[in-house]
Design a protein around this ligand. Sequence first.
Ligand code: SF4
Length: 177
Amino acid sequence: MVHGRDLAYNSKVEGNVVMTTLDASINWMRKNSLWPMPMGLACCAIELMAASCARFDIARFGAEVMRFSPRQSDLLIVAGTVTYKMALSAKRIWDQMPEPKWCIAMGACASSGGMYRSYAVLQGIDRILPVDVYISGCPPRPEALLEGLMRLQNKIMQSHSLEEQKKLPPLNERVAA
Ligand code: SF4
C-alpha cells in the first residue's frame, strides 16, 4: 500500500517524474502562454508597445505572441480611451475570442474613463465586458503592465480550469446556429 508521504520520495519512482494535479498543470500551461490581443486605443498603447520590446521583454512571461486576430487570442489588453464608437468594436472583438479568455484594463481611461468624463467616452471597459485586472496610471509604465500580467497569472493559477470551462452546445446545434 502506498501512503501519501511515500509519494514525496519513493526510490521506485525517482528520476524525471513530477506529480501534480490536472488543474494545476493546465493552469500552468495557460498562464505561461497567453496570447494577447492588443486593443490600443490611445496613448497607453505606446507603453504597451514598449512592454513588448527588448528593454522590458514581455516574452519573459510567455506573452509576447501578440495577435491581431481575436480568434487566436486569449487575453484582451484594452489600452487607451474607449469612445462609444470604439466600444462596439471592442465588444465584438471580445465576443469573437474563444474561451477561456481574460481581460486587462490598462490605464485610467480603460479602467474608468480617466479624465474624460464626457458624453463620448465609455466610463470603463468593464461596463461592457468582464475585466480581470485593472492597472492604474496615466499612462502606466511597462513595468506596471508586467505586474498586472503577473497578477493575472496568479489568478489563472487559482482557477479550477476543468470545472469553469464553459460547456459548448452539441456540434449540430452550433452548425445550425
Ligand atoms: S490613461 Fe492617460 S495615457 Fe492612458 S489613454 Fe488615458 S489619457 Fe492616455
